[in-house]
Design a protein around this ligand. Structure first.
Ligand SMILES: Nc1nc2c(ncn2[C@@H]2O[C@H](COP(=O)(O)OP(=O)(O)OP(=O)(O)O)[C@@H](O)[C@H]2O)c(=O)[nH]1
Length: 828
C-alpha cells in the first residue's frame, strides 16, 4: 500500500514536472520530430525497397530476354557450323549437289544456310591449318598457332569453341569454331564463323538497360567476350562472375547488387549460362540509374521532412514560448494571488470580493461573494467555504441592507470608492462598530471591512472621561462624578460589577459612593464593616496604596465576609485600585469584580485605572475647593469663621430660632487695649493672644454656637436657642474665660474684653440690625470703662447716632477717656 502510494506520488510529481511547459513542449516537439523522421525514413526504406525490387525484377526479365536472344544467335551459329560440317562431309562422300570443286560455303550461302554475310564470316580450315574456304576475303595468318585450332585438332568432339575477339582482316571478331571430322571421325579441319562482338550486344536497349547498364557475353573463365555499356563495346575484361547454370524451369536466383570490378560501377548483375556452349549472358543494371527515381524521391522526402521539421520546430518553439510566457504570467498571477492571500490573511481587515450579478436589462440585481479572507470568515463566524457563493442579501438574511446594497450599486456603477463607519445590527456579524471601504474592481466590488469596535469604545471611553472631567471642572458633586465614572467603567466592562468606596474624614471607615451590578446589600454590608479597609484584598489596596488583584476569590485564604456574598452572586475575581487624592493621600478605592476566576486583562485594568485616576482628580479637586472655601471663609490665624460667614450664620441663627421658637444672642467682642500688647510685646505676641482668646471663646460656647473673628481684635459670637429674656450669663462666662491670665512672650499677661449683646428677636429681626445693636452695646461697654458686658438698650441706638454725628463732624473727638482705665495687666 505504502509503495503504491509512493508510486502514485512519484507519478503525480513526474506528471507535474512534465506538465511544465518548459519540458512539455520540447518533449512534444521531439516526439513529433521523431515521428516525422520515422515516417520519412520508413518512406525512404519503402521507396528504396520498391526501387530495388523493381531493379531486381527488371534484371530478371532482361536476363530472360537476352538469354533467349543470345541462345538464338549462338544456336544459329552453332547450327551454321553443323551445316558446314555436314556440307563438307557430303562433299567428301561425293553426295554434294554442286559436286567436287565447288566451295561448300558458297553453296551454303547460296542456299541461305549460312548466317547473314553482313555480320558473319564463315571459314573452313583444313587439317593443316590452311584456310580453304571463306565467305569474305582476307587472310588469317598462322592459323595452326591459334588456340581454337589446337583445341579442335587435339580434342575430338562436336562442341563449339568460342575464341575471344581477335583481329582478322582488320576487323575484330569473335570466332565460333567446330571440329570437322572425316566420316571415320578423323580430324579434318575446323569450320569457323566469325562475327563482330558488337553483334551480340546490338540488342542493348538503353531504355531498359540505361546508359550505364551492361550486356555481355562471358566465356567459361568469366572473361568478357563482349560487353556493352551504353554505346561502349569492349571485351577481354575479367568479370569475376560465376554464371548461373539454372536456365530452364528452375527459378533463377535474383540479381545481386554488386560492384562490377571491370568498371567500378555498382550494378544489379545477373549472369546466365547458355545451354550447350561455354558462354554466359551477363546483364547489369546500374544502381544509380535504377535508383534514380528513388534518389529523387529520397531527396523529395528528405527535403519535405526537413521542411516539416523546421516548421515543427518553429511552431513548437513559438507555442513553447507562448506557453512559457503564459506559464510565467500564470506563475506571476499565482504568486500575486498567494501574496494577496498571505497579506489579506495576515491583515486585520476583512476582505470580501463580490461579483456583480446583472439582469437581462443590464441592471445590477445582486452581488455574489467570490472570495474572502480569514478575517472575513471570522467576522461572520462562518466557514469561508460556506460563505463563498452567497449573495449580499444572503450574507445578511435577517437584516435590512437596502442602504448597504445601494452603496454597492453606486460604487459598481460609478466606479468609485465609498468609505463609511456604521454600527452593526446584524446578529451574524461579530462586531459592534465597523468601518467599510467599497472599491470598484472590474466586474464587481471589493469590500474592505475593519472591526472598529475597540476604537469606538475607546473613543466613547475618552468622551466619557472628558465628560467626567467636565463634571469635575464645573464643580459637580463628587458623588455625581463617581456615579458617572462607574457608568463609564460598566460600559467598557459590561460583564463586570464594581463599587467605588470613599474613606471618611477620619480615615477609618469606607463607604460606598457609587456601584454597578453589585449584589443587593453588598455595599451596606461592606459599609457596616468598620475594618473593611484593612480586611480583604480590596481594603488592602487602600492600606498599601497599590493595586491588589485577586484572580480567584474562592482560593483566597481567610475570606472577608463580603467575598462570600460576591462568590454567592457569581463574582469570582476582583481588582482593586486605591484612589489617590493628592500625592500620598488615599481617599478610597475602585474595585471591579469579574465573573470568571482569572486575573483581569490589561484592558480591564487600564479601564479601572483610568476611572480611579479620574476619581482621584474629582476628590482632590473637591478637597481643594473645600480648602479654598475654608480659606476664604475662615481666619487663618485663629481658624475661626471670618466676616464672610457672618451674615449667613446670623441668618441661620434667626431661622433656627424661628424654627425652634427660641431666641438667639449676638455678641460683639473687642479686646481691650490690644494695641498696647502689640506695641509692648510685639506683633507675634499679639497674634498668640488673639489665638488664645479665640480658643477660649470657642471652648466657652457650645459646639452648635458660632464664634467669628471679624478682624483685628474684634469677634462676634452667636449663641443659638436662647431664651427671649436675654440671659447674658453665657457671655459673662466667655468674658471671664478670655480674661484669664495667659503666657505671652514668656510673661504672664491678662487681657480683658468688652462685650455688647443684642438678642433676637428682641433687639433686632435681621442680621444687620442685630449686629449693629450688638456693636452699639459693645461700644457702650467700652464707654463704661471696658472689661464689661453690656446688653443692648434702645438708648444706645440714640447715643450711637449722636456719636456718628460727632465723628462725621469737622473736628474729631479726642481719644475715649476709658482707654486708661482698662489697660492689659501684665502680671509678671
Ligand atoms: N498682633 C496683631 N495685631 C493686630 C491684628 N489686627 C489688628 N491688630 C492691631 O490691633 C490693634 C487694635 O487696636 P484697637 O482695637 O483700635 O485699640 P485697642 O488698643 O484695642 O483699644 P480699645 O479697643 O479701645 O480698647 C491695632 O493696633 C492693630 O494694629 C493682628 O492680627 N495681630
Amino acid at each position: 500500500m505504502a509503495s503504491m502510494r509512493l508510486l502514485r506520488v512519484r507519478l503525480a510529481r513526474l506528471f507535474l514536472r512534465t506538465a511544465d511547459p518548459r519540458l512539455l513542449f520540447p518533449g512534444i516537439g521531439l516526439l513529433l520530430l521523431a515521428a516525422v523522421w520515422t515516417i520519412a525514413f520508413s518512406m525512404l526504406h519503402m521507396a528504396r525497397d520498391s526501387a530495388e525490387q523493381a531493379a531486381i525484377g527488371s534484371s530478371g526479365e532482361l536476363i530472360e530476354t537476352y538469354e533467349a536472344q543470345m541462345a538464338r544467335n549462338v544456336g544459329a551459329i552453332n547450327q551454321a557450323l553443323d551445316i558446314i560440317n555436314y556440307g563438307l562431309q557430303l562433299r567428301q562422300g561425293g553426295r554434294g549437289r554442286s559436286g567436287q570443286g565447288r566451295d561448300v560455303l558458297a553453296e551454303l550461302a547460296e542456299r541461305a544456310l549460312l548466317p547473314p554475310a553482313l555480320f558473319f564470316q564463315a571459314r573452313i580450315v583444313d587439317r593443316d591449318g590452311v584456310l580453304r574456304e571463306a565467305t569474305h576475303a582476307g587472310t588469317w595468318p598462322d592459323i595452326p598457332a591459334q588456340a581454337f585450332f589446337h583445341r579442335h585438332r587435339d580434342q575430338a568432339g562436336t562442341d563449339t569453341f568460342v575464341s575471344p575477339p581477335s583481329q582478322v582482316g582488320g576487323k575484330w571478331q569473335m570466332h565460333f569454331s567446330k571440329r570437322l571430322a572425316t566420316a571415320q571421325g578423323a580430324f579434318a579441319g575446323v569450320a569457323i564463323i566469325s562475327v563482330e562482338p558488337s553483334y551480340f550486344t546490338s540488342g542493348y536497349d538503353p531504355a531498359r538497360l540505361g546508359d550505364r547498364g551492361v550486356l555481355g557475353l562471358l566465356n567459361g573463365e568469366g572473361v568478357f567476350l563482349v560487353s556493352r555499356t551504353g554505346q561502349m563495346v569492349g571485351w577481354g575484361q575479367r568479370s569475376g562472375i560465376v554464371a548461373d547454370e539454372s536456365a530452364g524451369d528452375r527459378e533463377a536466383p535474383p540479381s545481386l547488387l554488386a560492384l562490377n570490378r571491370w568498371d567500378g560501377v555498382r550494378r544489379y548483375t545477373l549472369a546466365r549460362q547458355l545451354h550447350g556452349v561455354p558462354l554466359a549472358v551477363v546483364i547489369g543494371l546500374a544502381e544509380d540509374e535504377q535508383l534514380a527515381k528513388y534518389a529523387a524521391a529520397r531527396h523529395d522526402i528528405l527535403w519535405k521532412a526537413t521542411l516539416a521539421s523546421l516548421l515543427l520546430i518553429t511552431v513548437v518553439a513559438a507555442i513553447g514560448r507562448l506557453s512559457w510566457q503564459l506559464g510565467n504570467s500564470r506563475r506571476h498571477v499565482r504568486k500575486a494571488q498567494e501574496t494577496y492571500y498571505a497579506a489579506s490573511n495576515a491583515s486585520h481587515d476583512a476582505f470580501f470580493i463580490l461579483r456583480t450579478v446583472t439582469g437581462k436589462d443590464g441592471t445590477i440585481q445582486d452581488f455574489v461573494l467570490d472570495d474572502t479572507n480569514r478575517r472575513g470568515a471570522a467576522l461572520f463566524r462562518r466557514d469561508k467555504s460556506a460563505m463563498i457563493g452567497l449573495t449580499l442579501r444572503g450574507l445578511f438574511p435577517e437584516t435590512p441592507i437596502s442602504g448597504l446594497f445601494d452603496d454597492f450599486v453606486s460604487v459598481a456603477q460609478h466606479r468609485t470608492v465609498d468609505e463609511k463607519e456604521w454600527m452593526n445590527t446584524s446578529p451574524l456579524v461579530k462586531a459592534e462598530w465597523l468601518q467599510r471601504q467599497l472599491v470598484w474592481v472590474e466586474g464587481g466590488v471589493v469590500a474592505i471591512v475593519r472591526d472598529i469596535t475597540q476604537r469606538k469604545r475607546a473613543e466613547a471611553f475618552l468622551l466619557e472621561q472628558s465628560q467626567a472631567l467636565e463634571m469635575i471642572a464645573t464643580g459637580m458633586p463628587v458623588a455625581d462624578v463617581l456615579h458617572k465614572l462607574m457608568q463609564m467603567v460598566a460600559a467598557r466592562l459590561p460583564d463586570a460589577a464594581g463599587v467605588i468606596r470613599l474613606m471618611d474624614d477620619d480615615g477609618k471607615r469606607m463607604a460606598g459612593a457609587a456601584s454597578h451590578g453589585m449584589p443587593p446589600g453588598w455595599d451596606d454590608a461592606s459599609d457596616d464593616r468598620g475594618d473593611e479597609a484593612s480586611g480583604g484584598p480590596c481594603g488592602e489596596a487602600v492600606r498599601r496604596g497599590e493595586e491588589v488583584v485577586v484572580a480567584d476569590l474562592a482560593a483566597e485564604g481567610p475570606r472577608p465576609e463580603g467575598f462570600s456574598t460576591a462568590l454567592a452572586h457569581g463574582l469570582r475575581a476582583c481588582c482593586s485600585l486605591p484612589i489617590f487624592a493628592g500625592k500620598d493621600r488615599v481617599a478610597g478605592s475602585v474595585t471591579m469584580y469579574f465573573r470568571e476566576a482569572r486575573a483581569p486583562t490589561r484592558h480591564e485594568r487600564d479601564v479601572v485605572r483610568a476611572a480611579t485616576r479620574l476619581a482621584g482628580i474629582a476628590i482632590e479637586r473637591k478637597q481643594a475647593e473645600r480648602h479654598i472655601w475654608h480659606m476664604a471663609h475662615h481666619d487663618p490665624l485663629t481658624g475661626l469663621p471670618n466676616r464672610s460667614l457672618l451674615d449667613d450664620r446670623l441668618r441661620q441663627a434667626i431661622l433656627r430660632a424661628q424654627r425652634t421658637r427660641s431666641g438667639a444672642i449676638v455678641a460683639f467682642i473687642d479686646l481691650d487695649n490690644f494695641k498696647l500688647v502689640n506695641d509692648s510685646l510685639g506683633h507675634d505676641a499679639g497674634d498668640d493672644l488673639l489665638k488664645t482668646a479665640a480658643s477660649r471663646m470657642v471652648a466657652a460656647v457650645r459646639a452648635s454656637d458660632t464664634v467669628i473673628r471679624l478682624g483685628g481684635d474684634e469677634f462676634v459670637i452667636i449663641l443659638h436657642e436662647q431664651g427671649e429674656d436675654a440671659d447674658l450669663s453665657p457671655l459673662q462666662e466667655i468674658h471671664a474665660a478670655v480674661a484669664r491670665p495667659m503666657m505671652l512672650a514668656g510673661r504672664e499677661v491678662q487681657v480683658t474684653c468688652s462685650m455688647g449683646a443684642a438678642c433676637y428677636p428682641k433687639d433686632g429681626a435681621d442680621p444687620q440690625t442685630l449686629l449693629m445693636n450688638a456693636d452699639a452695646a459693645m461700644y457702650r461697654a467700652k464707654e463704661l470703662g471696658r472689661n464689661n458686658v453690656q446688653a443692648y438698650g434702645a438708648e444706645m441706638h440714640r447715643q450711637m447716632r449722636e456719636r456718628l454725628a460727632l465723628q462725621l463732624g469737622p473736628a474729631l473727638q479726642a481719644p475715649h477717656p476709658h482707654f486708661t482705665s482698662s489697660v492689659p495687666f501684665i502680671v509678671g
